[in-house]
Write a protein of this length. Structure first.
Length: 403
């Protein structure tokens, strides 16, 4: 079977756009049975013709499969596609975004090492560092999101990784990637951006000098609320040990799952255009609404990081967080319950809109003081705009905000 990739044929002058990459990158020119799609290879193990073939594979590191925990053919294709979309050399896929974060941290950190985090982040990432990496002697320092001086001041000779999301979940703060990467360069510490909320359509952190980009592919990359996956993208040599540990930890995608991700990615640019347009339209509507106290959306001029976002991002995504004016937890819940089109549920980035009250969905186990320190308020609602029609989402919110 030819290993020639489809996009290897293009003239040097042609730089494929996002959608061309999303459809074709990573895919072989000639596929089994002349199919236009890649097959789902349901094999836990891969066989060799004879002992010499095993020896050749091991000595020459031939690019073929061996055992399902180390990879499968679909995974190679999607890793190639995601690396191309992100403008990176290499990608390592995992069975979830959290598996990707855990995989990277477990590869990079030893007992006594430290990481510095901007404090606005997905609560499970924070929990993993504070509760679990600490058991292995890793120290986590948190500093206020987008406080670059505080981040640099927190670096010492034991610091191994600087971590942030951009935009952050659920506050949508946008990190100035040039400043963030510059801290890493000045201090000699590697940097990681979780760009799940932005996607490579809206921002490409590697271009700013960030070392690793991470995505929960469960969100916009998969895009259909029907799979979990995660990916880390960066330089091939830096990712090699990450890939090796994944082979031991086993947090790999099944061939069926990877096919769903590949299929979801085909429409990536089309979906992102609609998510961006819906996010902007709904955020502008909420911003004007008398019952809304505050809207967190980087596409609004009132957003604290709008200028950075405008400079760095192509669009601002489908996720919006807002506060209901003078509402307690119950009154806020009544609005969530009154919405008809978005379903109540965690997650974001799928074609179906989702709505949730962070207090109820993710932060009930925390004390009111802890919630306040994370900027989680009782009257906060998080809305992930899907690809429905913006006018319908707005009409639905309009009736819900009347309750
Ligand atoms: C910003 C961000 N990073 C990582 C994750 C974890 O991804 P997964 O749910 O695929 O494990 C999430 C999940 O919500 C997230 O929002």
């Amino acid at each position: 079977m030819s290993r020639r990739l489809l996009l290897d044929n293009l003239p040097d002058s042609l730089r494929p756009g996002t959608s061309t990459l999303a459809v074709h990158a990573g895919e072989a020119h000639h596929k089994p049975a002349d199919g236009i799609t890649d097959p789902i290879v349901c094999a836990a193990t891969y066989t060799f013709d004879d002992t010499q073939a095993v020896l050749d594979f091991n000595r020459e590191k031939l690019p073929r499969e061996e055992y399902g925990r180390y990879g499968n053919p679909g995974e190679r294709v999607v890793e190639g596609k995601l690396a191309a979309l992100e403008g990176g050399q290499s990608a390592v896929l995992y069975a979830s975004g959290m598996a990707a974060i855990v995989g990277l941290l477990m590869t990079k950190l030893n007992s006594g090492d430290e990481v510095v985090f901007f404090d606005e982040c997905y609560h499970r990432s924070r929990e993993f560092c504070l509760k679990h990496m600490s058991r292995f002697g890793v120290v986590t320092r948190q500093v206020k999101a987008c406080d670059y001086d505080a981040m640099e001041a927190a670096v010492n000779s034991r610091t191994k990784l600087l971590i942030s999301e951009s935009p952050t979940n659920p506050h949508l703060s946008v990190v100035d990637l040039e400043r963030f990467a510059a801290i890493g360069r000045r201090t000699g510490v590697e940097t990681l951006i979780d760009a799940t909320l932005a996607t490579p359509y809206n921002v490409q952190p590697l271009g700013y000098g960030v070392d690793y980009v991470l995505h929960s592919a469960t969100k916009y990359l998969g895009g259909h609320n029907d799979l979990l996956a995660g990916v880390i993208i960066g330089a091939a040599d830096k990712l090699e040990p990450v890939r090796k540990l994944r082979g031991i930890m086993g947090g790999i995608n099944s061939p069926h799952n990877i096919y769903l991700l590949q299929r979801g990615l085909k429409t990536f640019e089309l979906r992102m255009e609609r998510h961006n347009a819906n996010g902007q339209a709904v955020a502008e509507y909420l911003d004007r609404h008398p019952r809304v106290e505050r809207v967190y959306y980087p596409g609004l001029p009132s957003h604290r990081y709008h200028e950075v976002a405008k400079r760095q991002m192509r669009g601002f995504g489908g996720l919006i967080t807002f506060l209901v004016k003078d509402a307690n937890a119950e009154q806020t819940a009544a609005i969530v319950d009154a919405v008809r089109i978005p379903r109540i549920g965690p997650s974001l980035g799928g074609v179906e809109s989702l709505i949730e009250q962070p207090l109820v969905m993710s932060y009930l186990d925390y004390s009111p003081e802890q919630r306040l320190s994370f900027g989680i308020y009782d009257n906060m609602i998080r809305l992930s705009c899907g690809i429905e029609n913006a006018a319908d989402l707005i009409a639905d919110l309009d009736q819900a905000l009347k309750v």
